[in-house]
Design a protein around this ligand. Structure first.
Ligand code: RIB
Ligand code: CA
Length: 350
């Protein structure tokens, strides 16, 4: 069953009883996916397009895993594979706000899609600039749009900088990014934040409702060869593509001692579908942009307090403890097996 293009929740008994136990007959949630496809991005997009709880209003592309040009081509090929040319797919930023682009073909394959050659896209790109498309959609559907960012946050930063009213008009922002437990690029930084720390700083400071789906939970959603074998039992164009992508990622992960792959971007979409997959904690989170070893780190204040230092003679001393206002709902716990089975159930047979 495809995610509805007409915004009507078409729920079967099966979908009512599957893992997304927060299912209701409510209208599908309107979302925009900002993505740098990317192997796990492609899996996340297919999850979204096969979930009746979501009404994907647009897909905007940002450079990260691959260049902006390659990412747009990949996004068009994935939505074409799913037969969803009704969804606007638009390019956006061509590079990070200030730093050089760092692409990750090393992890995602030369073409960013596990070196799989999908057919040329049937769907054409929307001519609008991604950040402008985001702005227009949020004004068209005030307080209804969830922005799901699964790449560097350049497009979101450009959009909210151009139109600060977005911060009070979006329903919420969900980012796959950051970490409280160390990076995957280096000791401190997770790839999407590392890809554009200045953009992440703007996004984390914008004041909109922000949920961070970071490595702390994503790393626990380890899809193993056994899970892959389960998905390989069913067939369909999207199912078979997902199996090929996952096989590529797992084979690569195995070379670095991992027996599976984290479902980074799919989990962010999973949270947009059913928040009960994760448990969050409200925290003050700032983005380090200057540290020699920590540029791109999401620095979380777990107690939401800061000691107040004041002059005292020839030194400073602590005059008190001030509270800082949390700005992020940080995902700390995840029902990983339930999410992995849910992900497989939505892709199987498509
Ligand atoms: O750290 C994981 C993130 O970086 C994912 O979004 C993956 O696609 C890469 O962009
Ligand atoms: Ca991504």
């Amino acid at each position: 069953m495809r995610g509805p293009a007409i915004g009507v929740a078409v729920l079967t008994m099966a979908s009512l009883t599957t893992g997304a136990n927060a299912l209701s007959a409510a209208a599908p949630a309107k979302i925009i996916i900002d993505t740098d496809p990317g192997t796990d991005d492609a899996l996340a997009i297919l999850l979204a397009l096969n979930s009746p709880e979501l009404d994907v209003k647009a897909i905007t592309v940002v450079p990260g895993n691959v260049t902006a040009r390659q990412g747009l081509q990949n996004a068009l090929q994935v939505v074409s594979l799913a037969g969803r040319c009704d969804i606007p797919v638009a390019g956006g930023a061509q590079h990070p706000l200030t730093q050089k682009l760092v692409t990750a073909e090393f992890w995602h394959g030369r073409n960013g899609l596990a070196n799989i050659e999908l057919p040329p896209p049937q769907c054409a790109a929307d001519p609008r600039f991604g950040p402008d498309l985001i702005i227009a959609a949020v004004h068209q559907y005030p307080h209804q749009i969830t922005l799901v960012a699964i790449g560097p946050e350049t497009n979101l930063a450009l959009a909210v900088s151009k139109d600060p009213s977005l911060a009070s008009l979006v329903k919420e922002v969900i980012v796959m990014g950051g970490s409280l437990s160390g990076g995957n690029v280096n000791a401190a930084a997770e790839a999407n934040i590392y890809g554009d720390p200045e953009a992440a700083q703007i996004v984390f400071k914008a004041g909109w409702p922000l949920t961070m789906v970071g490595l702390d939970v994503c790393n626990r959603t380890l899809l193993t060869p056994a899970h892959l074998a389960q998905l390989a039992k069913t067939h369909g164009p999207e199912n078979d593509f997902a199996v090929q992508v996952l096989q590529f990622i797992i084979d690569l992960a195995r070379r670095y001692g991992y027996n599976g792959t984290a479902l980074y971007d799919p989990l962010a979409l999973g949270v947009a579908i059913d928040r009960s997959f994760v448990k969050t904690e409200d925290m003050r989170v700032d983005i380090e942009t200057r540290g020699e070893f920590t540029r791109g780190e999401t620095v979380a204040n777990r107690s939401n307090t800061v000691e107040r230092n004041v002059p005292h003679g020839d030194r400073l001393w602590i005059a008190g403890v001030d509270r800082v206002r949390p700005n992020v709902r940080v995902a700390r716990e995840v029902e990983s097996e339930r999410f992995i089975e849910f992900f497989i159930s939505r892709i199987a047979g498509r």
